[in-house]
Write a protein that binds this ligand. Structure first.
Ligand code: HEM
Length: 166
């Protein structure tokens, strides 16, 4: 029952699955993260490939780079910046995510050609959380962790919708 593509058919209000206190925590910590977003993006990708060396082969621009050289590979930062831009857009869309959700679904669809699997997004979430924790230190509480996990889960689950409905 229901229609999974209703998102693209009518302009419904799309809410992120975060409570008001969770939105507050995301906005508050984003003030710190934003100042370091390029570094967080870069370290997230280094962690991501460290934990999942196989995924490097999906990136034509640096698929053959020796893992110890990855850190000095400028092509790595292009995609890292794109992912952090999506995180930034999610923070700006906390109160109305309609157009952002449509963008994410389309982005997921474009990743079919990149051989993206939903589990890779889980791995990316793990790598991002690892680095947010490292950056935020005492600001990283159970509540903050839950709020950020919900935000990223929204990004990935919306991309997965596109990935699974070409
Ligand atoms: C939140 C997660 C992600 C976001 C926001 C994201 C975003 C993007 C964007 C904006 C592009 C540029 C091309 C386009 O717009 O179609 C792109 C390209 C690409 N993505 Fe992603 N992506 C994500 C996760 C992943 C993951 C987990 C993988 C693979 C493990 C991946 C693999 C690729 C590849 C291979 C390209 C083409 C090469 C490049 O642009 O560097 N993406 N991605």
């Amino acid at each position: 029952m229901g229609c999974s593509s209703s998102l693209s058919q009518k302009h419904a209000h799309v809410s992120l699955p975060l409570s008001e206190p969770q939105k507050y925590l995301v906005r508050e910590t984003w003030e710190t993260i934003e100042q370091h977003k390029n570094m967080v993006g870069k370290k997230t990708f280094l962690r991501f490939f460290e934990m999942n060396p196989d995924y490097q082969k999906l990136f034509p621009e640096f698929k053959d780079v020796d893992p110890v050289e990855l850190e000095n590979t400028s092509a790595l930062y292009g995609h890292a910046k794109r992912v952090m831009k999506a995180v930034e857009n999610a923070v700006s869309s906390l109160d109305d995510a309609f157009s952002f959700a449509a963008y994410l679904e389309e982005l997921g669809r474009r990743h079919i050609a990149r051989a993206l699997k939903p589990s890779y997004l889980d791995a990316m979430q793990e790598a991002l959380m690892y680095n947010l924790k490292d950056l935020l230190r005492s600001q990283w509480t159970k509540e903050t962790e839950e709020a950020w996990n919900r935000l990223f889960r929204f990004i990935s689950s919306t991309m997965v919708k596109g990935l699974q409905s070409p």
